[in-house]
Design a protein around this ligand. Structure first.
Ligand SMILES: [Zn+2]
Length: 376
């Protein structure tokens, strides 16, 4: 992984590179920040740079033996610890290294992926269980770290989602951080850093990563998907709240699917078509929870935009052409008497779905409220 392939975070990259050049390399770092901002890619670009035998001003060389092995995540001094779902029968130990091929493949497809995607790709057959870092991983790590580095100055341990380590494993990792054997770099990558064992937290230096700006997201989408049109790119960049993973998902969902569903919800609620509102609620309940939440966020965005359109602030309008075509007629129904209540109801529905409420009921209840509010 090169620094240049990590989207955004220019300032952080500079700091990491400068630290390596000046020889001030902290031995345990915690890359933290929201999902989808590129924590794992940045940690790996950093590790590759540390190991590179011919470091450039701004990036690793890509040509030396170390870089070539890093490109395949196959460097003998690079170790990974990540959550898995045990496929073997209970009582037998299963190590994340047994899933290394899947891990490399996942990373090669796109280094921007989340735990859901990892579970879906690698463990679909047993995906009803939660992924964790099993306790046996702690001893395995200690064993590996006692061996000398094979080829590099540093051994690098990347722990992805360290908050999913059990107590016993956390304590082993803590011990390895406190009493490192030789030169070892620990790179922890987490979107829930506060859930990590506090004594581990206090021994790591945080590399804090923030949500990506819309422009960086739009550029990233353009690079990856040259077929996407500007409307779709704008839409995905704006609604993804700084997460590249969310932006790619929104792009896959297609902007118009959500718009069509939004139009249907508003039209049927306006004419009080209860039968179709039930059908619609059932259809929405069949989507993944993540998509249900994205749809509700999309609706909130559309309600706000329509209100802005209605009060005449055309210049603040952030809609695609298709959205504008519908909104030019619909905006007059969204006014100061109902806008905040509508947004509030949509956000409450989002809250309940996040907490595993019954989607069918939540959507139908929401539809009934929209029906009343549209007539205000
Ligand atoms: Zn190199």
């Amino acid at each position: 992984m090169f620094f240049r392939d990590v989207y955004g975070h220019d300032e952080l990259k500079r700091q990491l590179i400068d630290a390596v050049k000046s020889g001030r390399i902290p031995h345990a770092q915690l890359f933290c920040g929201p999902e989808g901002v590129g924590k794992l890619p940045l940690a790996l670009a950093y590790a590759q740079y540390v190991s590179c035998e011919n470091k450039g001003e701004n990036d690793s060389c890509g040509q030396c033996p170390s870089c070539k092995k890093y490109a395949m995540l196959a460097h003998p001094d690079l170790h990974f610890v990540f959550p898995i779902i045990q496929k073997k029968p209970a009582g037998s130990d299963e190590y994340c290294m047994e899933h290394l091929d899947g891990w490399r493949e996942m990373f090669a497809t796109s280094p921007y992926f989340n735990l859901d995607k990892w579970v879906e790709e690698e463990f679909s057959s047993v995906a009803t269980k939660q992924p964790i870092i099993y306790n046996c991983e702690g001893n395995e790590l200690i064993r590996k770290l006692q061996m000398k580095a094979c080829e590099s100055e540093y051994k690098v341990v990347v722990i992805w989602h360290p908050e999913l380590m059990g107590a016993e494993c956390s304590n082993r990792v803590l011990k390895s951080i406190e009493e490192p054997v030789g030169k070892t770099l620990f790179l922890l990558v987490s979107d829930k850093p506060d859930d990590i064992l506090p004594t581990i937290q206090s021994r790591t230096q945080r590399v804090v990563m923030h949500a990506l700006p819309e422009k960086v997201l739009a550029d990233a989408i353009r690079t990856k998907n040259s077929n996407a049109d500007d409307n779709q790119i704008q839409y995905a960049a704006r609604l993804s709240k700084g997460s590249l993973i969310a932006a790619f998902e929104l792009l896959d969902d297609g902007a118009n699917t959500f718009l069509d569903t939004f139009i249907r919800l508003m039209r049927k609620a306006y004419v009080s078509d209860l039968d179709d509102l039930i059908n619609l609620s059932n259809e929405l309940a069949k989507l993944s929870r993540k998509k249900q939440i994205s749809f509700l966020q999309y609706c909130q965005h559309m309600i706000r935009e329509n209100f802005i359109l209605n009060v005449g602030n055309q210049s603040l309008n952030y809609m695609t052409n298709d959205e504008n075509a519908f909104s030019s007629k619909f905006a007059r129904f969204i006014n100061e008497k109902n806008v905040w209540q509508l947004v509030d109801e949509l956000s409450k529905a989002e809250f309940h779905i996040e907490r595993n409420g019954m989607s069918k009921i939540i959507f139908y209840d929401l539809a009934l409220k929209v029906m009343t509010l549209l007539k205000k």
